[in-house]
Design a protein around this ligand. Structure first.
Ligand code: PLP
Length: 330
């Protein structure tokens, strides 16, 4: 599954995921799935989260959703009946990361009750690791998921087709394990978009880590002291900042701020050092690079920064189409 939430279901990016072989497109926001449908993207859509109050639109726009709560499933079944269709679900199992999931001990009973709902069809089980608790996918938890699949199949004979082992954090495990077991699906966002596995954030061989570039404009460039002068109180965000005197430095300000991105997630392509950010300004030590007002500076983004930049209405998105595969290989 290609996961599109970090790019807000941007149709041109999602099309590239489908061309690249993604069998499903998964997103955590129903609004993004609706947007992709309106844009004419035809694939199977998976909702990675099920807010109770959106059950009706979930049934209408998503083919499959991840679930852990019976009350939500009852509502989904109610609206699926009204739409005269079956809604497919993947039951998420808690394997230690402590975000979403039914506890393994409760799984049988949860499935038994779900089966009794008339318009819900269970198509798989899954788990999510390395998100909240930072728990790594490993043989132990992945085998547990495989075994739970066997137990559920023995008991209920549902013919589940999706055993979803996790997200981009599963890459290392998948490459190194000798026993993939029953796992036949991953939900991949960051690894596709930024070319990184997410346990250590190392580059996946053959993938491009600079597919997204953030371009910002220099709006001030001056030599200034590195130590603020005057009495120090709170900054714009309620913190009392501490500075080190590094003498007079060439500093630039770029026209981006906390409203657009997380400054900590930006990485300059030519060694500029980010000193700090307020709502609309990022202050940079330009390391004596000769940057002038009006110049453009480019940054790579981490996942959080990509998510924020894509969400900011103030950042213009431009898509560069590349059909030349020999170029894409580099
Ligand atoms: C966001 C999300 C993913 C994708 O995670 P990546 O680390 O970007 O691969 C997978 N599963 C769920 C449930 C998610 O919310």
């Amino acid at each position: 599954m290609g996961v599109s939430k970090a790019v807000l279901g941007e149709p041109s990016i999602v099309k590239a995921m489908i061309q690249g072989g993604a069998r499903f497109i998964a997103d955590s926001r129903i609004e993004n799935i609706e947007k992709m449908r309106v844009a004419g993207i035809s694939t199977e859509f998976v909702l990675l989260r099920t807010p109770l109050s959106q059950a009706e639109s979930v049934v209408r726009s998503a083919d499959i959703s991840l679930n852990t709560e019976l009350d939500t499933l009852k509502k989904l079944s109610y609206y699926a009946k009204a739409c005269n269709k079956n809604h497919q679900v993947i039951v998420m199992v808690e394997l230690g990361d402590l975000r979403e999931g039914v506890l393994p001990l409760d799984l049988s009973e949860f499935i038994r009750q779900t089966i009794s709902l008339s318009h819900i069809k269970i198509v798989g089980i899954g788990c999510n690791l390395a998100c909240y608790g930072g728990v790594k996918p490993a043989d132990k938890n992945m085998h547990e998921l495989s075994e739970l699949f066997d137990i559920i199949e023995n008991e209920f004979h549902l013919g589940l087709t999706i055993i979803s082992g996790g997200n981009s954090a599963n890459y290392e495990w998948y490459k190194s394990t000798k026993h993939v077991g029953n796992i036949n699906n991953f939900r991949l966002g960051e690894s596709i978009l930024l070319g990184l596995e997410t346990v250590n954030r190392t580059t996946i061989p053959g993938l491009h880590t600079g597919a997204f570039q953030l371009v910002a404009e220099v709006i001030e460039s001056k030599k200034k002291p590195s130590l603020p002068f005057g009495e120090i109180g709170q900054d714009a965000f309620g913190k009392v900042p501490i500075f080190k005197d590094q003498g007079i430095r060439q500093r630039v300000i770029i026209a981006l701020g906390k409203q657009d991105i997380l400054a900590s997630g930006l990485k300059s392509n030519n060694g500029l050092k980010i000193l700090g950010a307020s709502s609309d300004h990022i202050i940079i030590d330009s390391k004596n690079k000769n940057l002038q007002v009006g110049d453009e500076v480019k940054f790579n983004l981490d996942y959080g920064c990509l998510l924020a930049a894509m969400t900011s209405p103030f950042i213009r998105k431009r898509f560069i189409y590349c059909n030349d595969h020999s170029r894409m290989d580099h």
